[in-house]
Structure formats: structure tokens, C-alpha cells
Write a protein that binds this ligand. Structure first.
Ligand code: CUA
Length: 334
């Protein structure tokens, strides 16, 4: 196709064609009915125009077959839209269990990507071909939107919250990354590139640009540095909950509610510990709001995740990246 005029951007992810086909269906339905309705308006306006001053229209009692027809046809078309749209929506909002996790932090005016192995990137993201990538995203300041047209991924990146998106790149190459939410003066400059690499090449890149320490490793240091371990002791004698195996588990609160210990829960428990108190414990933990950056929060979360992986093996949720040794990632169960 002529690259200067494209109706759709290049399709380079597993979901792109599904979304495109749905969009084409919506366009066809909308166009067909717009044309039909306008044609009918003009046709009837001419056919039933008043020809004489004293002309009286004939009264009509209604037409059941016609009414059934114009109810059933739109109903069927709408139900197709609904079920098709829902299935594409669910596909796009459920990352596969074996997706590798990458953290994205947006700030005025750059995108920071953080791989679990420790590699950091700015305005660039390297991913392996044919492997699903799950993005966990947050912002340090205002609302941004992480937009990769070729993968049909566009998701708001919000301060104080994690949003997730995923894609499975199906074509090697270099693709645009944009910010799609006006976020200040240099919003238009908040752009970058996604590099989709052959898996072997990706492993080399991952090993070559070694940022040294894994994300969980940095998190462990920070955990010690902030003296979290004084209370969160692994021998269960601490004044705060033991964090082994917490990630992904169901936590009983003092309010008798149960919550799943996911990224958002861990984050909230660090910044606003009083929000959800674990049953059997006191509200004694100080808030770390303003003391840890978004990136440090991600490190702590990864460290707490790694505690679960260690104690529970591959049954813990949260995705493993392809190991640097070139092993295939384990299939994980939820
Ligand atoms: Cu960030 Cu626009």
C-alpha cells in the first residue's frame, strides 16, 4: 500500500487484525445505513410530495411485517457488534499468563521503560518477536497515554495508579510510540520507538545492555535500606505481615474483606498503609508517600513478587520474562 496514504496503520500485533476487522464492520454498517436513510429521505420526499393544495394523505393503520423487519435487522446487526466487540475487548484486556512484564513510567515529557532484568530505556522499548508483552504503566505527574498504533495499543497512563495493556508483536521492525493525551508544552515531543527483535537478537540485547542488577535485586536493597525488614520479618515474629508468598494471594483485612495482593494493593500499602490493614495487625506502618519514587515502588513490588516466586514456585501469578539464558519462559497457572 502507498505509505503516504494508509487507511489503517501497519498491523504488527496479534490483535491488530481483529480490531481492524471489527472497525471495518462498524464502518460498513454505519455507511450502508447512512446511505440508505438519506436515499429514503429523498425518495419519499419526492414520491409523497404534496401535488395539490387540497390533497389529503390516506390514513395508514400500520404495517406489522415492516415494523418487525426494521426491528429485527438492526437488532441482529447490533448484537453482532456487541458480541464481536466484547470478544475483542476481552482479548485485549486479558494478557496471556506467559506474558513478560515491562514497567512503563511516563513523565513530562518522556517514557521510561524498565525491564525486570534491570535494563532501563528512555523513549525506546525493545521487545522480542512473537512473545506477549504486558505493560504495567503509571505516571509521575499528569495523565499521559501510551500509544503504539502498529500494535493497536492505546492506554491512559495515570498518576497514582497502575494500568496494564499487552500486545504480541508479530513483525520485526521499528514502530512509533506516541503520547496520545495532551500533557503540556512538549506533549508532541513525547514520542519514541518500539523495536521488535528476533528472540535471539533480543537475548543479546538484553545481555549486552546489562543494567547490572535485576529490578527485584534493586528492590531487595531498597527494602533493606528503608529498614522494611525490621518489621516485615520472614520469621513471622515481626509486627507487620510476613511478605513471603503474599503477592497474588488473597489477603484478609481487619474489615473482614478480602483483597488480592496485586501491584495496586502493594503500591497502596506502601504509600497509604492505613487504607487496608491486614487482619491481626495494627495500623503502625508509616506512609512512604514522597519518600520513594515511582521507579523505586516498581522495584519494591518486583522484590515482593520475587518472594512469592521463591516460596511458591511457578504457581505464583505475575509473569516471568524470557530468561537471559535463552530458556523459554515457564507457562504459569493462575
Ligand atoms: Cu505525555 Cu502527552
Amino acid at each position: 500500500m502507498n505509505p503516504t496514504f494508509q487507511l489503517f496503520p501497519e498491523a504488527a500485533s496479534s490483535t491488530a487484525s481483529h480490531l481492524d476487522h471489527l472497525t471495518i464492520y462498524l464502518l460498513i454498517v454505519a455507511t450502508t445505513f447512512t446511505v440508505l436513510i438519506f436515499a429514503a429521505v429523498f425518495y419519499f420526499a419526492i414520491k409523497y410530495r404534496r401535488r395539490e393544495d387540497h390533497e389529503r394523505p390516506v390514513e395508514i393503520e400500520g404495517a406489522l411485517p415492516l415494523e418487525i423487519l426494521w426491528s429485527v435487522i438492526p437488532f441482529v446487526l447490533m448484537m453482532v457488534m456487541f458480541s464481536w466487540g466484547a470478544s475483542v475487548f476481552f482479548e485485549m484486556s486479558r494478557p496471556p499468563d506467559d506474558a513478560m512484564n515491562v514497567y512503563i513510567v511516563g513523565k513530562q515529557w518522556m517514557w521510561k521503560a524498565q525491564h525486570l532484568e534491570g535494563q532501563r530505556e528512555i523513549n525506546e522499548l525493545h521487545v522480542p518477536l512473537g512473545h506477549p508483552v504486558r505493560l504495567t504503566m503509571t505516571s509521575e505527574d499528569v495523565i499521559h497515554s501510551f500509544y503504539m498504533p502498529a500494535f493497536r495499543v492505546k492506554f491512559d497512563v495515570l498518576p497514582g495508579r497502575y494500568t496494564t495493556a499487552w500486545f504480541n508483536p508479530t513483525k520485526p521492525g521499528k514502530y512509533h510510540l506516541f503520547c496520545a493525551e495532551y500533557c503540556g508544552t512538549l506533549h508532541s515531543g513525547m514520542i519514541g520507538w518500539i523495536y521488535v527483535m528476533e528472540p535471539a537478537e533480543y537475548e543479546r540485547w538484553l545481555a549486552g545492555g546489562a543494567g547490572g542488577e535485576s529490578l527485584a535485586g534493586s528492590g531487595e536493597k531498597l527494602f533493606q535500606f528503608l529498614a522494611c525488614a525490621n518489621c516485615h520479618r520472614t520469621d513471622k515474629q515481626g509486627r507487620c505481615p510476613n511478605l513471603q508468598g503474599v503477592f497474588g494471594s488473597s489477603v484478609q483485612l481487619t474489615t473482614n474483606q478480602k483483597v488480592t495482593a496485586d501491584e495496586a494493593y502493594i503500591r497502596e500499602s506502601i504509600l497509604n498503609p492505613g487504607a487496608k490493614i491486614v487482619a491481626g495487625y495494627q495500623n503502625i506502618m508509616p506512609s512512604f508517600q514522597g519518600l520513594v519514587t515511582e521507579e523505586e515502588l516498581l522495584q519494591l513490588i518486583e522484590y515482593i513478587k520475587s518472594l512469592s516466586n521463591r516460596s511458591q514456585g511457578p504457581s505464583a501469578p505475575g509473569a516471568q520474562p524470557p530468561a537471559a539464558s535463552g530458556k523459554q519462559p515457564q507457562q504459569q497457572n493462575r
